[in-house]
Design a binder for this molecule. Structure first.
Ligand SMILES: [Zn+2]
Length: 459
């Protein structure tokens, strides 16, 4: 828990309801809710689920997805009345998940299912990726991408409802601890997990150690105190900088999860690393000690880790408190987190570090030979790839800051946090005007930096 919570004003307390009270706010009640129970067995790779999903989005009422290795036993409504479904023969597929079609709409969808997955105790699988339901002999790792719980599915947009509030009982034979993304880890073979914030639901059950400080949780690895301290220190610094900039305390703290991947033997041979972040979880193959080592080493190595941690922690604001939607989804989610990470890098590691990082982004965009989609012409069909999200988008935000000044830019970022996602350019501009950016300055930015999707501002 955040030790400063007693000092928060009432309005903020409402925003941070899950950390502060039992009652969920109206915004939270509008998000999907997953309830029920899941049983798994580390030694056999068997998984049994009995989960209900309510509050599904309006355009995802007729379908659900579930990992392709799981078999559906039955589908019912919340009173146990059977609901017909299709998806056995000639099934629809969405990545690692099967798509099921309901015969009739039901407000609450309950699915009973069972499956078993291969074990790789020698960590000698051909590959591993985030969509696997991964059993490595002494742990189980199911991310939200694996669809280990039924998720709503919009077949037109091909979008899964991968975030949900939850109230779930988990039993794991062979686990020493259990962890669900967004909740404290529980030591033991069973536990009940609840979140009033919608989260991507990642499950990790393992047999390794847990280290917990006020700033970080380390799962599945123990590190010597100086390394734990190095991680704690940076997380504290980032939390302070972000909270001051956004005007809202950062109530989550990251959980660093050490994974032994299904193909860890090969990774160890060729020295490669793999990781992903599902805020507030930062998962890495190999050792979390590598991050601490880089931080302790200083220089560019440390700067890269500070920026990375600051980016992920930015997802507390853009991704958790504010859940972006619509045409600017990727910019609101990733470019804003990247922008915050650059602000934090400047504060923590100094101007030279931040300038160097920004120069690298700019050089990457300069090297492109085709213009990117212009932000003022982006619509729901625009393909905003990684270059846009992590490189061009942050540069656009920096160019706006350069033109309107730091104070108005800060107000704009706070405005983006507080507002529902803008659906078009006019709504984005309205947030800017509310942040005291005058129309002339906004139009000047649009004309000189945005229009045409050119790599650099004109003039
Ligand atoms: Zn991100």
């Amino acid at each position: 828990m955040n030790p400063s919570k007693a000092l928060l004003p009432a309005a903020l307390a409402a925003l941070l309801a899950p950390a502060l009270s039992q009652a969920a706010s109206p915004e939270q009640l509008a998000t999907p809710l997953t309830t029920g129970s899941v049983r798994l067995d580390i030694a056999s790779g068997r998984v049994e689920g009995d989960a209900c999903l309510s509050n599904r989005p309006a355009d995802a009422q007729g379908h659900f997805v579930l990992n392709a290795g799981l078999n559906v036993a039955r589908v019912t409504d919340d009173e146990g009345k059977p609901v017909g479904f299709d998806g056995w023969y000639d099934p629809g597929v969405d990545g690692e998940a099967r798509v099921y079609t309901l015969a009739e709409p039901t407000a609450t969808l309950c699915v009973q299912y069972v499956g078993a997955f291969p074990l790789y105790p020698k960590h000698d699988a051909m590959g591993d990726f985030k969509g696997m339901m991964a059993f490595n002999g002494d742990s189980a790792r199911f991310t939200e991408q694996s669809a280990w719980l039924p998720q709503a599915f919009d077949p037109k947009a091909r979008v899964r409802g991968s975030e949900s509030r939850y109230d779930l009982q988990v039993d794991c034979r062979g686990c020493r601890f259990l962890y669900l993304n967004g909740s404290p880890a529980i030591e033991g073979t069973q536990g009940r997990f609840r979140s009033d914030n919608a989260r991507p639901i990642l499950l990790f059950g393992g047999s390794g150690p847990i280290t917990h400080t006020a700033q970080v949780t380390l799962l599945n690895e123990s590190l010597p105190t100086p390394k734990v301290d190095a991680l704690s220190r940076v997380v504290q610094q980032v939390a302070d900088v972000h909270a001051r900039y956004m005007g809202v305390p950062l109530a989550d703290r990251p959980t660093f999860l050490r994974m032994v991947t299904l193909n860890q033997a090969e990774r160890d041979r060729d020295g490669s690393e793999w990781g992903f972040a599902t805020w507030p979880t930062i998962a890495m193959s190999g050792s979390i000690g590598n991050v601490a080592d880089s931080l302790l080493a200083g220089g560019e190595q440390a700067e890269r880790r500070v920026q990375y941690i600051a980016h992920e922690m930015g997802h507390y604001y853009f991704g958790t408190l504010n859940r972006p939607q619509g045409p600017y989804y990727w910019v609101l989610l990733e470019s804003s987190a990247e922008f915050l990470s650059i602000k934090a890098l400047r504060q923590i590691s100094g101007d030279a570090a931040a300038d160097h990082y920004v120069a690298r982004l700019q050089a990457t965009v300069d090297a492109l030979d085709t213009p990117l989609p212009a932000l003022d012409a982006v619509d729901g069909h625009s393909d905003l790839g990684e270059m846009y999200r992590y490189v061009y988008g942050p540069l656009l935000l920096l160019s706006l800051e350069k033109q309107v000044g730091e104070a108005k830019m800060q107000a704009f970022m706070r405005g983006l946090l507080a507002a529902p996602s803008p659906k078009d350019w006019a709504e984005l501009q309205a947030i800017a005007l509310k942040a005291s950016i005058d129309a002339e300055a906004w139009q000047h930015w649009q004309a000189s930096c945005v229009a045409g999707g050119r790599p650099r501002c004109r003039g």
